[in-house]
Design a protein around this ligand. Structure first.
Ligand SMILES: Cc1cc2nc3c(=O)[nH]c(=O)nc-3n(C[C@H](O)[C@H](O)[C@H](O)COP(=O)(O)OP(=O)(O)OC[C@H]3O[C@@H](n4cnc5c(N)ncnc54)[C@H](O)[C@@H]3O)c2cc1C
Length: 464
């Protein structure tokens, strides 16, 4: 192999691309990862400014024992640097009638909560007796949205006050546009298996389980913040990962692919047998236009929600809410402009200077995409007024930082799974995909998509 001739080129140094690169390197394969930004991690980035430790993207991780990311966290020795969300981190608020109201965290709280009316609570209890969805029944839609599924099984109040704010908080979206089967496949499987989500949840609760592995079943980050994760993977990859290199084209060769990349205004070419496209679906689509328009077309149809992340620091005494929780989600019915607020300095230690607090406000998303691109001054004004009326902040924040993501979260809309199947069927041999639009949007699921791509490559014999 010549100097620029490698087995696998990975385009994109977000968590999905890093997972793929690390897994291949660990298995002795020759790789190169290229990232257009000046840092690895994609949307995962922690910045330290004015004594605040802020996250520009994800704030926390939630892992299950079967998640490959858990193994890598252990392998890289990051377990001891993890920080768990404190007890307050378990409490979440929703906005109701303009006031933060805690979401019920136990059955008893579920009975007494003011989030749902008595009628709404009784409707939830009726769920085990609701008939299952039958896709072949002409009376049922061919595929259900999250809103259709939740309203059918749990009633409209549960949709409006529990699921709608959750969908806004996690997917920056609306239950009316997401596919239930593709966004929450475990819940549709539960309905298929037990005929009811409540019955399924109870059966799983009572089923014998191994004791939970460390770092599972609770929300955590790292003392240095989420940026610790890409940093550790970058250290492992060393010179096999490069930044400031923008991949601008990819063509076929008799032995694989020739990829053009722009680095310091010069164009370079890399030859490889495999190419992993680990950017967004939109970015993958652009690179596939020449070699596989059949895959590139449906990739470009996957919509993304834009988000503005506004980090705000206040003196503790200037916020009247105790901030005793994870954060607050905003139901559409409340007619607010923001998606939600994280109480970042309550969640993990070391996020704000002493006697200060850090709030992270999310704005935009599918419900209000234009807000993500509003000029700074207007955005700060809107967000400031919302935070003041919801949490009782006084005066201007002492610290402010805005991060905008044009394509933050992929939307698993109706038809998502069949679109992905069409894309996979059309991919030329040697081209692989990884990213948050494939098997779930979380950091851990994006990581798994990179491992899955690496496993496909490992099924090919290594090249001499
Ligand atoms: C604001 C926000 C908050 C979130 N909060 C959470 C959370 O708390 N917990 C959680 O689990 N998940 C959260 N998520 C979701 C999760 O962080 C992402 O889905 C996941 O990190 C995406 O990883 P990725 O590798 O697929 O994509 P990205 O992080 O987007 O990485 C793709 C990379 O590819 C690079 N690239 C693309 N094209 C090229 C090219 N042609 N040449 C070179 N490089 C290229 C890009 O520059 C980018 O760095 C959040 C996401 C956002 C945006």
């Amino acid at each position: 192999m010549s100097d620029n001739d490698i087995e696998t080129l990975i385009v994109g140094g977000g968590i999905a691309g890093l997972a793929c690169a690390v897994h291949l390197k660990e298995n002795g394969r020759s790789i190169r990862l290229v990232e257009r930004n000046d840092h690895l991690g994609g949307v995962i980035r922690t910045l330290c400014e004015d004594g605040y430790r802020i996250e520009t993207g994800p704030n926390s991780l939630f892992l299950r024992s079967e998640d490959p990311l858990l193994d890598y966290i252990k392998k890289l020795g990051l377990e001891k640097e993890s920080v768990q969300a404190g007890l307050t981190g378990k409490r979440r608020f929703i906005l109701k009638g303009g006031k933060p109201v805690p979401l019920p965290a136990s059955i008893l709280e579920g009975i007494t909560t003011p989030v749902l009316s008595l009628r709404g609570k009784l409707r939830v209890l009726k769920e085990p007796f609701v008939p299952s969805y039958e896709p072949d029944d002409p009376a049922d839609p061919p595929e259900e949205t999250v809103a259709q599924f939740v309203e059918r099984r749990f009633g409209p109040e549960f949709l409006d006050w529990i699921i709608d704010p959750f969908v806004k908080g996690v997917y920056a979206s609306s239950p009316e546009i997401l596919s239930m089967g593709d966004t929450f496949p475990k819940l549709t499987d539960m309905e298929d298996r037990y005929g009811s989500i409540i019955r399924g949840a109870l059966a799983m609760q009572w089923a014998p389980k191994p004791s939970p592995a460390p770092l599972t079943r609770s929300i955590f980050s790292f003392s240095e913040g989420m940026g610790r994760l890409p940093k550790a993977f970058g250290d492992f990859l060393g010179t096999d990962a490069g930044t400031n290199a923008d991949v601008i084209g990819c063509t076929r060769t008799p032995n694989g692919f020739r990829t053009a990349l722009l680095f310091e205004d010069e164009t370079y070419y890399l030859h490889s047998r495999h190419v992993v496209l680990a950017g967004s679906a939109t970015q993958a689509s652009e690179l596939l236009q020449e070699i596989s328009p059949e895959a590139g077309g449906p990739l470009s149809e996957i919509p993304y929600a834009p988000i503005a992340v506004v980090s705000m620091g206040f003196a503790r005494k200037n916020v009247s809410h105790p901030l005793d929780g994870f954060g607050l989600l905003v139901p559409t019915k409340e007619r607010r402009k923001i998606l939600g607020i994280l109480f970042s300095s309550s969640l993990f230690p070391g996020r704000a200077p002493e006697n200060q607090v850090l709030l992270t406000v999310f704005a935009g998303g599918m419900p209000n995409p234009k807000l993500a691109f509003t000029f700074d001054e207007e955005l700060i004004d809107i967000v400031g007024r919302e935070v003041e009326s919801i949490l009782g902040t006084k005066g201007k924040p002492d610290f402010l930082r805005i991060q905008r993501w044009e394509g933050a979260i992929p939307q698993y809309t109706l038809g998502h799974r069949s679109r992905i199947e069409r894309i996979m069927d059309a991919l030329p041999e040697g081209i692989h995909l990884a990213g948050s639009y494939l098997s779930g949007v979380s950091v851990s699921q994006s990581f798994t998509s990179g491992i899955d791509a690496a496993k496909k490559i490992l099924s090919f014999a290594p090249r001499d």
